[in-house]
Ligand binder design. Structure first.
Ligand code: COA
Length: 151
C-alpha cells in the first residue's frame, strides 16, 4: 500500500488528532471563521480516531464513539478536498467499522450530509428518518444506521 493511504488509529492527545481537527475545521466549519472554537467536543477523549497522514497534516479522518452497551456513532468523517475520490474516506470508514466489530459490534449510527448519503449506502448504511438541519452548521443531515455483528 502506498504510504499516503495507510490508516492510523490515534489518541486524542496526539499531533495527528490536532491535525485532524484542523482538517475538520476546514471541511465543516470554515464558513464560521478561523476564530470558531467548537471543532472539538466532549467526545474526543473517549473516542477512537482514525487518520491518514499527509506531508503537512492529515488528509482524511473519522471518529468512532461508543453510545451505550451495543451502539456506536461515526462522526467527523472528512477528506481533504484535494484527495477526495481516491479511496481515503473508504479506508477511514472501513477501519472504524473494523474497530467497532473488534469491540463487539452492534448498531452503528451516523448523521450524513445529504451529499454523502450515497457514500455510506455503499457500506450498507440505511437511511432512518427524515433530513434535518445540523444544529451546529446548518447543513442538512440524514440519520443512517448499520447493524454489525461481532467477529
Ligand atoms: C464523503 C467523503 C468522506 C468520501 O470520501 P472519499 O475519499 O472522497 O470517498 P472514496 O474515494 O473512498 O469513495 C468510495 C466510493 O464511494 C463513492 N463516493 C464518494 N463520495 C460519494 C458521494 N458523496 N455519493 C455517492 N458516492 C460517493 C466514490 O465514487 C467511490 O466509488 P468507487 O469505489 O466505485 O470508485 C468525502 O468526500 C468528504 O470528506 N466530503 C465532505 C465532508 C462530508 O460530507 N463528510 C461526510 C458526511 S458528514
Amino acid at each position: 500500500m502506498v504510504p499516503e493511504m495507510r490508516v492510523h488509529v490515534v489518541n486524542s492527545d496526539s499531533r495527528d488528532h490536532f491535525m485532524a481537527c484542523e482538517l475538520r475545521r476546514e471541511v465543516f466549519f470554515s464558513h464560521l471563521g478561523s476564530d470558531f472554537d467548537g471543532v472539538r467536543d466532549d467526545r474526543e477523549e473517549e473516542s477512537i480516531h482514525a487518520v491518514i497522514r499527509g506531508e503537512k497534516g492529515v488528509r482524511a479522518c473519522g471518529r468512532l464513539t461508543a453510545i451505550g452497551p451495543a451502539g456506536w456513532v461515526v462522526t467527523q468523517m472528512c477528506v481533504d478536498e484535494r484527495w477526495r475520490g481516491r479511496g481515503l474516506g473508504s479506508r477511514i470508514l472501513t477501519t472504524l467499522l473494523a474497530q467497532a466489530v473488534k469491540h463487539g459490534g452492534g448498531r452503528i449510527e451516523l448523521a450524513s450530509r445529504l451529499k454523502a448519503v450515497g457514500f455510506y449506502r455503499r457500506f450498507g448504511f440505511i437511511p432512518a428518518g427524515e433530513p434535518y438541519p445540523s444544529p451546529r452548521t446548518g447543513a442538512m443531515l440524514l440519520r443512517m444506521v448499520l447493524e454489525l455483528s461481532a467477529n
